[in-house]
Design a protein around this ligand. Structure first.
Ligand SMILES: Cc1ncc(C[n+]2csc(CCOP(=O)(O)OP(=O)(O)O)c2C)c(N)n1
Ligand SMILES: [Mg+2]
Length: 390
């Protein structure tokens, strides 16, 4: 039998190439876990503690519970105000309380929030006057609060535009040597928008300290997630841009806060942006103007009641002896007083000057804006004259 030269080469240990060390996995540290991070079961019983997501201090959890209860009462009140004709429109965030409150509790007061129309609850949880928050939705003004004073951008209705604003602000802050973090809220549907991708990419390339916080509430108005994306999870959208990404049970308040705290710490340490996808559910229609019976079953909504974030945290804190009947009643009372004061103040007719809508749009108004302002002024004057003649 003859031996071929190839066979000799294969057999000879001297000619065998040393094994090349495996190249480092470029996606290491970027990929989300296969299942959303969860620290509490839906009934509030705890899951085993985790070193990578340490449980936030109990004082923070008690404060989270308080703000969630007040936030939900605010949300119910705002919906009622639409029925009374006091608000033009209101997008409810009922069911998303853990995300709304967790998103702001994870931040310092000097950090910036970039909210959408859905985040009225988050803004009130941040301590912004609820009447100022509702100014936009009442149709009185573009924004009722002073963004610079409360480190909170105006609520964005054009989808995903806040993602680019957040990247710019965060980059500017770090450029000036400050360790400010920006947190941009965004919905599942809006992650299909170009502005989301441009914002995340810019933040990644320039290491801007932004946390992109996706509230996947399963719908973009009537469009379900399955018609929105083929991605295994929205958290994977960060990975393609080199952004570490995680997914979390958005109705588990303890996990939401723990995951966001880690994301914020990462951004603050100068390591660049982070993306968190929270799996949650919008319990109410898209806004008061939407008919949800046209695109989802009542049973689906009912099934999510068992995963209520407030009941989950309450059960956990009660079980640990950190919350009792008296504390729960006191917080409920505080929430009622908050809603009553809001109702009274919203019932007062606001004094608005329609021409002020043209102020502060541009530092130098465009010729078109000047023309439009003049047109509105003339129409108002004509209406006043007519009233005078009558
Ligand atoms: C650029 C742009 N396109 C379309 C709309 C109309 N619109 C308003 S809300 C919405 C759905 C957004 O869904 P999602 O991002 O999941 O947020 P959610 O409302 O569920 O919080 C759409 C399409 C818009 N506001 N801006
Ligand atoms: Mg949505």
């Amino acid at each position: 039998m003859t031996t071929t030269p190839q066979a000799v080469r294969r057999a000879s240990p001297r000619t065998r190439r040393p094994a090349t060390p495996a190249a480092p996995d470029p996606s290491a540290g970027l990929l989300p876990e296969r299942e959303p991070v969860r620290l509490l079961n839906p009934d509030g019983t705890p899951l085993p503690a985790r070193d990578d997501y340490p449980e936030p201090p109990v004082e923070a959890l008690r404060e989270m519970y308080r703000r969630m209860v007040v936030g939900r009462r605010f949300d119910v009140q705002a919906t009622a105000l639409t029925k009374q004709g006091r608000l033009a429109v209101y997008p409810s965030s009922r069911g998303q309380e853990a995300c709304q409150v967790g998103g702001v509790l994870a931040l310092r007061d000097t950090d910036w929030v970039f909210p959408t129309y859905r985040e009225s609850m988050a803004l009130t949880a941040r301590g912004i006057d609820p009447v100022e928050v509702l100014t936009l939705l009442r149709g009185d003004w573009h924004c009722g609060y002073d963004p610079a004073a409360v480190h909170t951008a105006p609520q964005c209705t054009p989808l995903a535009t806040q993602c680019v604003h957040a990247a710019g602000l965060a980059y500017g802050e770090s450029y000036q040597g400050r360790d400010t973090v920006a947190l941009a809220f965004i919905g599942d549907g809006a992650t299909s928008e170009g502005d989301f991708h441009e914002g995340v990419n810019f933040a990644a390339v320039f290491k801007a300290p932004v946390v992109y916080f996706v509230q996947n509430n399963k719908y973009a108005i009537s469009v379900p997630l399955s018609r929105q994306t083929a991605a295994p999870s929205l958290a994977y959208k960060g990975v393609g841009y080199g952004v570490p990404s995680e997914q979390v049970d958005g109705n588990d308040p303890v996990a939401v806060l723990a995951v966001l705290q880690r994301a914020v710490a990462h951004a603050r340490a100068g390591k660049g942006p982070y993306l968190v996808e929270a799996h949650t559910y919008r319990m109410e229609p898209h806004t008061n103007a939407d008919d949800q019976t046209r695109y989802r079953d009542a049973e689906e909504v009912e099934a999510w009641r068992d995963r209520d974030p407030i009941a989950r945290l309450e059960a956990y804190l009660r079980d640990r002896g950190e919350l009792d009947d008296a504390a729960v009643a006191a917080i409920a009372e505080e929430a009622e007083a908050y809603a009553a004061a809001l109702r009274d103040r919203m019932n007062a007719q606001p004094e608005v000057d329609p021409l002020s809508l043209f102020d502060h749009v541009y530092a130098q108004p465009t010729p078109q804006l000047v023309e439009q302002r003049e047109q509105v002024r003339a129409e108002l004057a004509a209406a006043r004259d007519e009233e005078g003649d009558a």
